[in-house]
Write a protein that binds this ligand. Structure first.
Ligand SMILES: *Cc1c(COP(=O)(O)O)cnc(C)c1O
Length: 484
């Protein structure tokens, strides 16, 4: 399987080559040259598999430069009930992504049912763990095989940084330097990251906002000499390995919600950078019978606007709202280009022309193009949700079903309700409520439940370097710690 760039001007590469990199050299995103098709026989055989073995079957269609036995072993090491054991009581950890049925629907095929596909049972209680844990094991494997080292540099406002740290902790060949805005994350999120004592994990709290931290990461990435000398890598949301790993749970969710492979399932996905739902789009392109992919946004409704109007208008950071579903507070959706590449019939020249406008700070409008009419073929529906919707949904779900959901999942449920049909509908549960305790208190008047083992998280000793938002200081820190 070879990977090509959405902008069509970079050489085709193998999976392991793009695993450790970010953007393609032409500024595009990598995608497989073609999507592997799943047959009726595949679906029939895969229905019975464990999550780890399902992951192997799917990923082996995308990865042919890792020997099959090694890839299977990596999947089995990653997807275990103990790594993904932070389930809500009554849920089956062995399923890795169990479904909580709010309304089970009719029969074993769950006709008309409404369920939560639990993706947040991993170590950091957010769906980022689903892909990041695999990435940690893949990075270690590839770096060991090549005798290489990698220093991962990132900026986080919460979920991504902690998922990366828990995935990379203790791995050989990998060090993590994670910048976070000093004093601006929730106490729970701070404790999750800063309590890690592993030597290869470095937390840097920057005195500034998330954007200041992000600017430092961008500046380091643009310093090609420094980047090469210190082997700086990233694990941001455009990483193809993350998207690939996320395809798996669309299949697992499909099997959990149906009893035969001719049924359709609708899936609603709380979306920010379009990484999660992009994996759903690819699963559907492979032939998984997903009826509709419902893209749910918060007040930052760039994606909802696109699916409703055919106009893609990224926002400036000044126009980006700070919301109570913060992991969806994006101004432009970094994975969206992958979908558009498919929408325009994989014509890289068209993608280049559209992104020439986007990269210059503009927008694009597909209404006067043949692509507007084609949007319907891809099964997308969309909607957006506000702070008031979020609070009302969290309360309604608790009152009706006795289930407490997080703010992002609430956005998914709110938008899903507008698109309910006869097929079973799964809302992807992207985080656990405890991560957003403040808003949950506002909605419910009490603290959300904590999974076992997280009781005293905030009381653990913390380790973190506090630093001015200064590029030179961060570079110095990396120089000192990159080659211990
Ligand atoms: C990252 C994240 C999202 C958004 O996912 P994308 O892949 O960026 O669309 C939604 N919910 C939670 C809890 C997240 O951490």
């Amino acid at each position: 399987m070879r990977y090509i760039s959405t902008r069509g001007q970079a050489p085709a590469r193998q999976f392991c080559d793009i695993l450790l990199g970010g953007l393609a050299p032409d500024g595009g995103l990598y995608l497989p040259e073609s999507y592997p098709a799943v047959s009726a026989a595949d679906l029939a055989a895969w229905r019975a598999l464990s999550y780890a073995d399902l992951a192997f079957e799917i990923l082996s269609r995308f990865i042919d430069d890792i020997p099959a036995d090694d890839l299977r072993a990596l999947c089995r090491k990653t997807y275990t009930a103990s790594v993904y054991g932070n389930t809500r009581s009554g849920s089956d950890a062995a399923a890795i992504t169990p479904v909580t049925w709010l309304e089970p629907g009719r029969g074993a095929g769950h006709e008309g049912g409404l369920g939560l596909l639990e993706l947040s049972n991993g170590p950091t209680l957010a769906f980022k763990d689903m892909a990041m844990q695999l990435l940690g094991n893949l990075f270690e494997y590839v770096l060991d095989a090549r005798g290489e080292q990698l220093n991962i540099l990132g900026a986080t406002s919460g979920d991504t940084g902690s998922a990366a740290e828990y995935a990379m902790r203790g791995k050989h060949g990998v060090r993590v330097f994670m910048l976070s805005p000093h004093g601006r994350m929730s106490a729970f999120q701070r404790a999750q990251m800063y309590s890690l004592q592993d030597e290869n994990i470095h937390n840097i709290a920057v005195k500034g906002m998330f954007d200041d931290a992000q600017d430092i990461v961008k500046a380091v990435s643009n310093d090609h000499a420094f980047k090469a000398q210190y082997k700086i890598g990233a694990v941001n949301s455009i990483n193809w390995g993350r998207v690939a790993a996320q395809i798996v749970y669309y299949f697992a969710g499909y099997f959990a919600a149906t009893d035969s492979n001719d049924q359709c399932v609708d899936m609603a996905v709380p979306s920010g950078n379009f990484g999660n739902i992009c994996a759903g789009h690819i699963a559907r392109m492979m032939g998984l019978p997903i009826g509709r992919l419902i893209c749910a946004t918060n007040e930052n409704d760039v994606l909802d606007e696109f699916f409703r109007t055919g106009v893609y208008r990224p926002r400036s950071s000044a126009e980006t709202h700070v919301t109570s579903s913060p992991s969806m507070d994006i101004s432009k959706a970094s994975n969206f280009e992958r979908f558009v590449f498919d929408l325009v019939g994989r014509d890289a020249a068209v993608v280049r022309a559209l992104w020439a406008q986007v990269d210059a700070g503009g927008s694009f409008d597909l209404n006067a193009t043949p692509y507007r009419a084609r949007m319907g073929e891809f099964g997308f529906a969309s909607g957006s949700s506000s702070h008031a919707d979020r609070l009302a949904t969290i309360r309604a779900i608790r009152d009706r079903y006795g289930v407490v959901v997080d703010t992002h999942t609430a956005d998914g449920l709110k938008v899903a309700a507008q698109h309910r049909g006869v097929a079973p509908l799964l809302v992807l549960e992207t985080a656990q409520a405890v991560k957003f305790e403040e808003t949950l208190r506002e909605a419910l008047g009490e603290a959300p439940p904590r999974p076992a083992g997280f009781d005293h998280l905030e009381a653990l000793p913390q380790r973190c370097e506090v630093m001015a938002a200064d590029l030179a200081a961060v570079k110095d820190f990396i120089r000192q710690h990159a080659r211990d």
